[in-house]
Design a binder for this molecule. Structure first.
Ligand SMILES: *[C@@H]1O[C@H](CO)[C@@H](O)[C@H](O)[C@H]1NC(C)=O
Ligand SMILES: *[C@@H]1O[C@H](CO)[C@@H](O)[C@H](O)[C@H]1NC(C)=O
Ligand SMILES: *[C@@H]1O[C@H](CO)[C@@H](O)[C@H](O)[C@H]1NC(C)=O
Ligand SMILES: *[C@@H]1O[C@H](CO)[C@@H](O)[C@H](O)[C@H]1NC(C)=O
Length: 616
């Protein structure tokens, strides 16, 4: 997670340069073989920028999703049965009432993550999960609507306790073990999960109402009996090798081992087939160079290159993973982890280092058409031999005009931690016939506030990073909103300020490999701008939105040929949507649904149990 930091404002006068705008849109396909260099024949209007097309598609997808909205108990239960193949869990009527009372937008798809996380538990005996939940050390327990916590003293745990407490009158008895570490904890082999999920499918039933048990059994049926579970945790070895076991047998990453030497810039996947790069990967990752399938772009199982270009795999801060499926709840995970997601504690607090309460920034028009990023050099433990692969370091460097200028002067177009790709592969409309380095000088205000050297130096210096990064002054979160563009990059795990960025009236540009509770309710290219983890698309994205820049003589930038109107539309759409479906109320509605479902999974009679009140 992000490091605490001291943030103070920063003002810089920049040298500003005017540019020639490239009018012909470069047809690019950074991943693809040459045949893919053409625009797809369907969809994109002739001459339209690929991003125009992606935005249009996103609007359509959002309309399709909203058409599924339900407004009463009967149609919500119906939508549930259709999507999940069984009756809703007992308590569904109370859940619906609670959601409606809180003005929630109810679309069954918004809860998909719950079923992704919980369905495998149908493959284990209810008693097994129930007893494990009761034995795991840190947990929130409810008996007869009273909270009983078995706490550690972490702040996150306290916040989660507060979250569940708000729901205590509405929830059945349950035990909810919490992951109090930052890292996700479960990596169950794909073959096991596959057999559990098959069992879940087999157990689906829409039995006639008279055959359905409508009440949960008492939770403590076993008394205190039950075997003690010994859960083993893997704490050594390369995390990549531990993790790829959870990838499907035919997934590109499953058979690709971790690397031991991560020096120099990361590998780029530019169409040549290699261990890192499967040629068909291009088809689903990218639409003319821009992210087209966000779910897939975030998935390390599909991109072996991430083993050597993301800190979580190069050397995570710590690791402790079990191969068993245990009921453990936490705030974020990789797609290959099996933890049960709940809203991260950082998102719950209204005002904190990660939230600015009712402050969302000024009107779009008064924000600077520039890019701001601040943070620590996290991502894992970087070392002298492999810092060049860490995502935050790479991002700061590709946005640094000086480093880009030096790379352009190098015959291999190489910087210590990135390589400028041929224009047709990655620049989109940016870079050709323009002074890329000068343009970055003008638009980017990014830098580290802490280098987090390993081993640690008393004076905060870092011999292997000092030549490439200087510490810059922090910017308080609410002053970040003075900038139109806010990239958001993973730290040691997910980035805790993302929700604040979405709620602000600036435009988040997001790259991540982490999954969160809200994933099925946020639409890329409508509520935020998705970015590839290699950052090969960042220049094209910024060129599309910002365009060319010119100083007006008073240290302010004038822009030309950009898509400011589109940027504003997306920023405000994201903010509006966050205020509708990512509110604290929405988090509670999600948690309530999750826990009702979990309570049924822990019940011996689960297969014949459900809510059928609407059918009688
Ligand atoms: C890692 O690879 C680089 C480039 O191939 C090489 O120069 C370096 O010596 C290698 N480092 C180790 C520790 O093997
Ligand atoms: C992205 O890929 C997933 C997984 O294959 C698929 O289910 C989904 O429909 C795709 N989404 C889009 C927008 O194409
Ligand atoms: C990064 O460097 C550290 C320290 O030399 C080493 O333990 C780790 O295995 C390296 N990781 C990779 C992926 O090269
Ligand atoms: C940008 O790169 C140059 C050259 O490597 C470096 O001296 C400078 O400190 C970097 N700027 C920031 C903000 O890190």
């Amino acid at each position: 997670m992000m490091q605490n930091r001291i943030l103070t404002p920063r003002h810089i006068v920049r040298v500003v340069i005017a540019f020639v705008f490239l009018t012909v849109i470069t047809q690019l396909w950074y991943y693809g073989p040459p045949h893919a260099l053409r625009y797809p024949t369907t969809g994109a209007a002739n001459g339209a920028h690929p991003i125009d097309y992606l935005i249009k598609q996103a609007r359509q997808s959002q309309d399709d999703l909203l058409a599924k909205q339900t407004h009463d108990l009967k149609s919500s239960a119906e939508a549930y049965r259709k999507r999940r193949g069984r009756h809703p869990p007992p308590g569904f009527d109370k859940w619906f009432e609670y959601a409606q009372k809180n003005n929630a937008i109810i679309v069954e798809d918004f809860f998909d993550q719950i079923y992704h996380d919980l369905n495998p538990f149908w493959g284990l005996p209810a008693k097994h999960t129930r007893q494990q939940a009761k034995q795991l050390p840190f947990r929130i327990s409810l008996r007869n609507h009273e909270m009983q916590e078995f706490m550690d003293d972490s702040n996150w745990m306290k916040i989660w306790v507060g979250m569940v407490e708000e729901l205590k009158d509405l929830l059945p008895d349950l035990d909810m073990p919490m992951n109090v570490m930052d890292e996700p904890r479960m990596i169950v082999p794909w073959e096991d999960i596959n057999s559990y999920v098959k069992a879940e499918h087999a157990a689906r039933s829409l039995a006639a109402p008279q055959h359905v048990i409508q009440e949960l059994s008492p939770l403590d049926v076993d008394g205190n009996e039950g075997k003690k579970f010994e859960i083993e945790f893997i704490e050594k070895g390369q995390y990549w090798d531990t993790a790829r076991v959870a990838c499907a047998p035919d997934a590109p990453s499953r058979s690709v081992p971790a690397v031991s030497n991560s020096s120099g810039p990361p590998p780029y996947c530019t169409g040549k087939t290699s261990e890192n790069c499967k040629p068909d990967a291009s088809v689903w990752l990218s639409y003319n160079g821009y992210v087209s399938n966000w779910t897939k772009v975030k998935d390390p199982c599909l991109q072996p290159e991430l083993r050597e270009s993301h800190g979580s795999f190069i050397e995570p801060l710590s690791q402790s993973s079990t191969r068993s499926l245990i009921p453990l709840f936490g705030g974020s995970k990789l797609p290959m982890n099996n933890d049960i997601l709940i809203p991260p504690a950082m998102y719950w607090a209204k005002k904190s280092l990660y939230a600015t309460g009712d402050t969302h920034g000024a009107e779009w028009e008064s924000k600077a058409p520039r890019v701001a990023w601040r943070g620590g050099a996290t991502g894992g433990k970087h070392h002298k031999d492999n810092w060049t692969r860490f995502q935050r370091h790479r991002f700061i460097s590709v946005m640094n005009g000086t480093q880009v200028r030096e790379a352009q002067a190098d015959e291999n177009r190489e910087a210590p931690n990135f390589q400028l790709q041929p224009y047709q592969h990655y620049l989109g409309t940016a870079g050709q016939n323009m002074d890329l380095a000068g343009w970055l000088d003008a638009i980017a205000d990014v830098g580290f506030v802490d280098l987090l050297c390993y081993p640690k130096n008393e004076d905060h210096s870092c011999p292997y990073l000092d030549p490439y990064f200087k510490l810059v002054k922090g910017i308080p979160l609410e002053n970040m909103y003075d900038f139109k563009y806010l990239p958001d990059i993973d730290g040691n795990s997910f980035s805790g300020r993302y929700l604040a960025f979405l709620r602000s009236a600036s435009l988040p540009i997001k790259a991540t490999i982490y999954s969160e509770w809200h994933d099925s309710r946020l639409m890329p290219w409508l509520h935020f701008v998705p970015m590839h983890n290699s950052f090969v698309d960042i220049y094209g994205i910024l060129k599309y939105f910002i365009g060319d820049v010119k100083d007006n003589g008073q240290g302010q930038l004038k822009t030309k040929h950009g898509h400011d109107k589109e940027a504003k539309t997306l920023a405000l759409a994201g903010q509006d949507w966050a205020n509708k479906v990512l509110r604290n109320e929405d988090m509670l509605i999600y948690v309530m649904r999750l826990l009702l479902e979990f309570a049924r999974i822990c019940d011996d009679k689960r297969e014949s149990m459900g809510f059928v009140g609407d059918l009688e």
